[in-house]
Design a protein around this ligand. Sequence first.
Ligand SMILES: [Zn+2]
Ligand SMILES: [Zn+2]
Length: 120
Amino acid sequence: MKIHEDQTAPVICRACERKVPMSQIKFDDTRKQFVCQNCYNATHPTKKPDEKPRFEARNQENRKAIEETMEKYRCTNCKYHFSRKKGKEVTECPYCGSKDIKRTTGTDASKLLDESDNYF
Ligand SMILES: [Zn+2]
Ligand SMILES: [Zn+2]
């Protein structure tokens, strides 16, 4: 049994010259030498595991923000759906030019559609 090959045997970091347990030594491919975890992290910024979900969440927020600044419309003449920025007045369908335009809201769009279908 070779006790000296124990994972906890201290090894000197080539970068900061601190003695660290063998288990914390990493091969730094930038320095081309074995360094401690701290020095390794300094040259290899760790990507936090929650970085991606956070990014996706931000994307969703953006999408939500965009949706919130858009008004949805539907032409009752040709049934063309379109959206315009909030505050911008829409007077006619960009597709057929009809002035018969209904404003719809995101989640209620299908409901409104049903209602107008009944109306017709
Ligand atoms: Zn070090
Ligand atoms: Zn139209």
